[in-house]
Each structure stands twice: as structure tokens, then as C-alpha cells.
Ligand binder design. Structure first.
Ligand code: HEM
Length: 102
């Protein structure tokens, strides 16, 4: 029996820069595509795999929407996001939003 730990693999600095840091911005399409197979495998992999993957993914999106609806995001003064919107490129990383209860 071979056990492979998501906790250990997904905190390996060979695949994830600053692995202990919560950094959603690392997940660009290019980053995900360049990862070796099974460097990130929250739903398992190989012969065994989570059968609820699609349900879980849809549920997570719905939960995010339900949470987001409770807040109104506003741009802090001087945010670079306003300049980005005019240029229509990719949003710069590290843009901060202020959340106020809706
Ligand atoms: C974020 C949510 C979820 C995560 C991260 C997750 C992750 C996993 C993982 C790691 C396994 C073990 C795969 C293996 O044996 O190596 C598994 C198995 C399984 N999951 Fe999930 N799961 C999630 C949600 C769900 C949901 C919503 C359902 C049902 C609707 C579900 C149903 C199952 C079932 C039935 C198995 C056993 C499959 C088998 O033994 O062949 N999971 N899941």
C-alpha cells in the first residue's frame, strides 16, 4: 500500500513558490498547466479519484457566490485596478479591495 500526502506534496517548494503562503494569484492558467501531474491533487488521482469532483467544484463556486453577495467590494483610494480597467490587460497581482457588509 502506498500513501501519497496532499499536505506534503502541495507544500513542496519545487512546485509551489513560498508554499506556506496563501496566494490565490499563483493559480494562473499557465501555472496550472506547467505543474507536473499530481503535484496538486486535492481530489486524488490515478486509479482512485473522488467521484464527487464535479459536484464539489460546483458547490464551491456556489458557496463563493453566496459569500460574495453579502459584501460590497470597493477600491481603496489610488488602487492600480482603475488604471488596469482602462488598459484592458490582465489585472495586476496584489490588488486589494475593501469589503463592506452589503
Ligand atoms: C472539496 C470537496 C472534496 C474533496 C477535496 C474531495 C476529495 C476526495 C479524495 C482525496 C478522495 C479519495 C480518492 C482516493 O481514494 O485516493 C475522495 C473520494 C471520494 N469522494 Fe470526494 N472530495 C470532495 C467532495 C466530494 C463530494 C461533494 C462527493 C459526493 C457528492 C464526494 C464523493 C466521493 C466518493 C464517493 C469517494 C470515494 C471514491 C472511491 O473510493 O472510488 N466527494 N474525495
Amino acid at each position: 500500500m502506498v500513501f501519497v500526502s496532499q499536505y506534503v506534496t502541495q507544500r513542496d517548494a519545487r512546485w509551489f513558490e513560498r508554499p506556506a503562503e496563501f496566494d490565490p494569484w499563483r493559480w494562473t492558467a499557465g501555472f496550472a498547466d506547467a505543474l507536473p501531474r499530481h503535484a496538486f491533487f486535492p481530489y486524488g488521482g490515478g486509479m482512485r479519484h473522488c467521484v464527487g469532483y464535479a459536484v464539489a467544484t460546483a458547490e464551491l463556486r456556489l458557496a463563493l457566490v453566496a459569500c460574495a453577495r453579502r459584501f460590497r467590494p470597493t477600491l481603496p483610494e489610488g488602487s492600480p485596478l482603475a488604471a488596469w480597467a482602462r488598459n484592458l490587460g490582465r489585472p495586476p497581482a496584489g490588488v486589494r479591495l475593501r469589503l463592506e457588509a452589503a
